[in-house]
Design a protein around this ligand. Sequence first.
Ligand SMILES: Nc1ncnc2c1ncn2[C@@H]1O[C@H](COP(=O)(O)OP(=O)(O)OP(=O)(O)O)[C@@H](O)[C@H]1O
Length: 295
Amino acid sequence: MQAQMKDTMLNTCELKSKSIDMKNKNDIEQDISSVQTVGKPFSNKAKMSMRNVDVFYADKQAIFDVSLDIGKNEVVAMIGPSGCGKSTFLRCLNRMNDTIDSCKISGDLKLEGENIYAPEQDVVPLRARVGMVFQKPNPFPKSIYDNVAYGPKVHGLATSRSELDEIVETSLRKASLWEEVKDRLLSPGTGLSGGQQQRLCIARTIAVSPEVILMDEPCSALDPIATAKIEELMAELSENYTIAIVTHSMQQAARVSHRTAYFHMGKLIEVNDTKRVFTNPEHDLTEAYITGRFG
Ligand SMILES: Nc1ncnc2c1ncn2[C@@H]1O[C@H](COP(=O)(O)OP(=O)(O)OP(=O)(O)O)[C@@H](O)[C@H]1O
């Protein structure tokens, strides 16, 4: 029902845009250097807060002065044309970009007020607190059980086999996979379907009790049925976790998120309640993107 309503919102916006006299694509893109973020980038219950973030790959700047909060138990969707910097920004939130030598990040990035780029910050526990689910399901070449048990073992979260069993079961239940795999926990994770593998990766992320889950196009390799399951799961997970998701699907952003952030050429153009972004965007660039004028 909610999904239908949001799909209708998208259609409404498309109709509305046809009657608007917009600048052409080149004019819009020439204005980009002076653009300031509009809308509601901040939250009064921020779980993560990012301020004035710049990211360079060698001498090429990919993110320009981005400031954004992600509220506790909020789902924030990041959308925008290919190459606009969504994944780069997302990967700053758990220091995944540290693995790229040429990548340099500046600005203030905080988790619960703690500077995640402080020299004393250990990235291993950080990445447990801020977990990540990737575009392509990437289970370890291990059993279903061991995929989920691996993180808790590494982080010393279980003191006995029965505690570990409990974490594995609870994580698989939270990822809506338990019923499908409970009789074959020792089978390889890679033997599951793509959608099941992605839910296994979500279970693996949940198993180390993250506070934030980052999702980088988590459904792009999945069919519509598996996608629907992951979207349902996101709604359930948002009751206990804070989620930031990069998606190319505007319908998906509309269905799963509370606020939507629109990126364009490395700048954060607009952040607003998702309903607002898809029915009455504040910025011309957002409107041009969601009505298909570029992307
Ligand atoms: N490892 C890298 N080395 C150099 N440049 C990179 C690297 N990763 C990304 N970039 C560049 O940074 C810019 C932003 O890329 P990014 O992947 O963050 O965009 P995106 O919005 O997530 O794109 P897409 O939707 O296509 O995944 C692009 O110009 C891209 O070419």
